[in-house]
Every structure is written in structure tokens, then in C-alpha cells.
Ligand binder design. Sequence first.
Ligand SMILES: NC(=O)c1ccc[n+]([C@@H]2O[C@H](COP(=O)([O-])OP(=O)(O)OC[C@H]3O[C@@H](n4cnc5c(N)ncnc54)[C@H](OP(=O)(O)O)[C@@H]3O)[C@@H](O)[C@H]2O)c1
Length: 391
Amino acid sequence: MKKLTLLGSTGSIGLNTLDVVREFPQKFRIEALSCRSSIEQLAEQVKEFQPSLVCVDSSEQAGELRDTFPDTEFVWGVDGLSRISSDPDIDLVVSGIVGAAGLKPTYSAVEAGKTVAVANKEPLVMAGKLFMQTATKSGAKLLPADSEHNAIFQALHNEPPERIARLILTASGGSLRDHPLEDFEHITPAQALDHPNWDMGSKITIDSATMMNKGLEIIEAHWLFNTPVQNIEVVMHRESIIHSMVEFVDGSFLAQMGLPDMRVPLAHCLGWPERLPLKIPRLDPLSLNALHFEEIDPQRFPCLTTSIKAARQGGGAPAVLNGANEEAVDAFLQEEISYLDISKTLHSVMSKYDQITSLPESPSFLKDINTIEGAEQADQWGREQARNFMA
Ligand SMILES: NC(=O)c1ccc[n+]([C@@H]2O[C@H](COP(=O)([O-])OP(=O)(O)OC[C@H]3O[C@@H](n4cnc5c(N)ncnc54)[C@H](OP(=O)(O)O)[C@@H]3O)[C@@H](O)[C@H]2O)c1
């Protein structure tokens, strides 16, 4: 019986994880859950899974839930999240919070030497070097739950990095892949949120539309698979059947395929190193007329170009970019800026980053990230520059 902490249990990753757990009650026990504001949904989950620990956003929320569930311990805030991800009783932490908010709790799990199913990509983008170094020291195992990285993990099958010629991340193209470019200035949040293949939270769905998501995934893959950024490529693949592929030095390609269903990579992480007999709709190869691969159009997806540059720069650039992107996506969802303003904001923030880091007296957290505090400072700097530009 594996004991699980599920960070972000009310989100898309959280709900898919609970679906897998429901199917294998003899294999998994939900020991801890967390959410920020979806308290009613969380209460239903507490009733069903009876975790011993739950983390919410505030002490008031914790107090109210304590009255209803006297046998559960309720904690709150960032310290509470770190507590539930490092609890000695936990075997596996599913990191499913969205954005930089997952940085500290995911890091606590890694510091505590846990096996971590990593869906929340932003912490690795912000502080990948630190995460990998800490995992080596603590013995933590990072299992990629993002479908692309899980595909690569499966295709690699423990082959060492020197055998990798290229990692090829596939991209569906998101909600705006065929939208006329001349209408981009009028795109509404509802249009950008209408993803053709995947049902996900709003932040990642906007990141898929701008293809910032693929940029974040390049950085994530760089750290998880110890592969130089220049050996990681992106191709558009509309069907989302091949979830990514590895080209090895001998010219062999290994790809992982399946219907787009996050329960598959999540179950792979939960069951690892075993495979779980998951009851899900299966891919019928005979139903596939063709699989298509296309080059990415940089005019349609300028955020990908900006993020590849930040990935190559390394240091504090990815954390700055990530913070700026979170601010810009949030502002777009609140209808405070237009869709095109997202890429303009990121471009402006990264130009400022280049300017500042070319000066000898620029802050050390912009040049390199060696601590969680440094990652937070770079994130805050990126957010502040983005807010200034958007204002
Ligand atoms: N969804 C997917 O299929 C998918 C695939 C690959 C990777 N990922 C990655 O997985 C992560 C989660 O994505 P998602 O689509 O599941 O997001 P989501 O549906 O928006 O869910 C986010 C979860 O995090 C919680 N949360 C949000 N802000 C928080 C904060 N400040 N402090 C504590 N908890 C907070 C939310 O709680 P409330 O409900 O209370 O707000 C919710 O439980 C992202 O990093 C994403 O890039 C997702």
C-alpha cells in the first residue's frame, strides 16, 4: 500500500489522480490532500478518502473543516503544504498545484527524499538545477507526470543521457492553432481556453494556446533528462497520440503513444516501477488514418521563441520568464490585457532582463539560482517587470 500526498487535489491533475486511486484501493491510500479555495469540493474528497492530513489556504478554513471532520488534522498555508509533502509517513507526493505556488511544497518533498510525481512544471523551470542537486543528495526520485516527459521517461527506459541524440516534444498547437492570425488581437479568454484535445486547468490551457507551455516543457526536460537545451526540439502533432519521442545516437526513435488521457502518465508514476491495469478507453491503431507532424510557426507562437532563448540563457532567466508569464496569463484571463499583450509583455521583460544582467552590479538571483529564496526573488522580479509593462 503506497501512502500518497496529493497537492492540488481539486484541480485537473488532482481529479485525474483521484480517479486512478479510486480504481486501485488495495494499492494506494490518500494520506494527505490540499487545495486553495475549492473548499466544498475538498470536503467531498475528505469524506470519500478520509485522509489523515489536509492543507487549506487559511486558518479560518482549517477551523471550519475541523468541526466537520474531527478525525482529520488540518493545516494551512505554505508551511502546511510543506508539512504534508514531507510527512515521514508519505511514500509518494503528487505535485499538482499550478504555478510557482508549488515551488516550496515540491521542494520540501524533494528535500525529504520522497518519490515525487511531477506534474507542476513551474518549480523545475524556476529552480531545476537546485531540484536535481537536492534530489541527488536526499535520494528523492522525480517521476515525470507531464504527458510529454512521461513519454520520454518511458521511451528512455533508463538509457543514459549520452545515448540521446534528440528529445522531440510534441505539441497539439492548442486552441488557436488554426485561428486566423489577423484576428489574434480580438481573441477572448473563452476562445483561448477551448483546447481541442486536453481538458486542463485554465493557466496551462492558455500556455498551450501561446505555446509557452512547450517552452516550459523544454526547460523541464533539460533538467529531468540531463539533456542540453539545443538537443530538445518541438514539433506540432495535432492528434496528440504520440506524446513525445527520443532519437538515440544510433538513429533509432522510440515514441510513446496513446489517447490523450492524463490518467495514463499519472498511473504510470503512481504504479512505477510496476504498470497498473488501468480501465480506460484504448487507442485503436486501425482508427488512425494518419499522424501529422508540422513545423512550429514562430509568428503564431512567439512565446515559444522567447522561452527557448531563456532556456538557453539559463541562470535566473527561466524563473523571471515564468513569473512574468503567470502575471500576464492572469491579466489576460481577467480581461485586463489582450491576448497579444501576453507575448509583448514577455518580450519586454526578457529584454529588460538582458539589459540588467549585462551590468556588472546586477542582482545575483538574476544570474544564477542556487536557493529557493533566489528562485522566489527572480520570480518576483519577473512579475514586477511584467506588471510595470502591462500598466
Ligand atoms: N491539467 C493537466 O492535464 C496537466 C498536464 C500536464 C501538466 N500539468 C501541470 O500540473 C499543474 C496543475 O495543473 P492543473 O491543470 O491541474 O491546474 P488546475 O486545474 O488549475 O488546479 C490547480 C490546483 O492547485 C491548487 N492551487 C492553485 N493555486 C494555489 C495556491 N496558490 N496555493 C495552493 N494551491 C493552489 C488549486 O486549488 P483550488 O481548486 O482550490 O483553486 C487546484 O487544486 C500545472 O503546473 C500544470 O502545468 C497539468
